[in-house]
Design a protein around this ligand. Structure first.
Ligand SMILES: Nc1ncnc2c1ncn2[C@@H]1O[C@H](COP(=O)(O)OP(=O)(O)OP(=O)(O)O)[C@@H](O)[C@H]1O
Length: 272
């Protein structure tokens, strides 16, 4: 049963062409969903719609099967439970220092100052940014600012965390740290949805994939969708190297228990 969903959603900005056309997406609690599509395919638009920050031109956003009303109280509750982290941290960060940035959301939740301090400390520890707490935001590197933007969302302890291209611009160690952090959040009950252009990451990370192409969405188990070279080519996307390698080794690409990590894929291909 989907916990968060779009049913029949269409979106256009003003009188421009439709970005999403009659799209259905199901976010199932506890399952990792990756959103893929070429530049301009509508990934950010879809994430903004799920988060309640963009009202679809047509169709419904559903939470636990109940349509979101877009009235103020319902919307406030929705935006707390569904946190969206934008691709560019500079579109999100507005406080002078890191502590103030992370404490903004919990303070608005009405937590008392001690509880806010505890929440900030816990979040900073989880994200490995404790040493940055007193730093001015504008002194931080891009990767550090990205982590602080994520921390602001994590501090809200959301049910759903929507991440728009979270690994873009991060070095390999930064990506690995991010994935480790997401795993811990998932362990604590958060369901993660992310958009990315990194197909190898999608292979390794995702349980389910939603592909956006010409306004339409196709969703499937990650192995099935990433194995479909024609579908990906039509959407101007590359198949992940893992799928190519398994194919070349004569192994099934779409197996539900596909090898995921680099080491497991290489071992499967070399020792078949
Ligand atoms: N606020 C806006 N006003 C008008 N058009 C917009 C707005 N936001 C997005 N668009 C348009 O909607 C389309 C989809 O944009 P969106 O940012 O959702 O795509 P995306 O898949 O996230 O792209 P990318 O991979 O380049 O980040 C694009 O044609 C874009 O120009």
């Amino acid at each position: 049963m989907s916990a968060l969903a779009l049913h029949g959603v269409s979106v256009r900005y003003g009188r421009d062409a439709w970005v999403l056309r009659d799209v259905d997406v199901e976010v199932v609690a506890g399952r990792r969903l990756a959103l893929i599509g070429a530049n301009g395919a509508g990934k950010t638009t879809l994430l903004r719609t799920l988060s309640g920050s963009l009202r679809p031109t047509a169709g419904e956003v559903l939470v636990d099967e109940t349509p979101l009303s877009f009235k103020r109280t319902a919307l406030t509750a929705h935006r707390r439970a569904v946190q969206l982290v934008l691709q560019d941290p500079d579109d999100q960060l507005f406080s002078a220092d890191v502590h103030a940035e992370i404490s903004y959301g919990p303070t608005n939740l009405g937590l008392d100052p001690d509880a806010v301090r505890a929440r900030v400390a816990e979040t900073a520890e989880l994200l490995g940014i404790t040493e940055l707490l007193t730093r001015p935001v504008h002194h931080l590197s891009y990767g550090q600012r990205k982590r602080v933007a994520l921390a602001g969302a994590v501090a809200m302890q959301p049910r759903f965390l929507l991440l728009d291209e979270p690994t873009a611009g991060l070095d390999p160690a930064g990506c690995a740290a991010l994935l480790a952090c997401l795993k811990r959040l998932e362990g604590a009950g958060t369901t993660v949805v992310l958009s990315t252009h990194d197909m190898a990451l999608v292979w390794e990370w995702a349980d389910t994939v939603t592909l956006l192409d010409a306004g339409r969405a196709v969703s499937d188990d990650a192995g099935n969708l990433l194995g479909d070279a024609d579908l990906l080519r039509h959407a101007q996307l590359d198949r992940p190297w893992q799928a190519d390698l398994l194919d070349a080794a004569g192994l099934p690409v779409s197996a539900a228990d596909r090898p995921r990590s680099r080491a497991d894929v290489l071992a499967a291909a070399l020792h078949r």
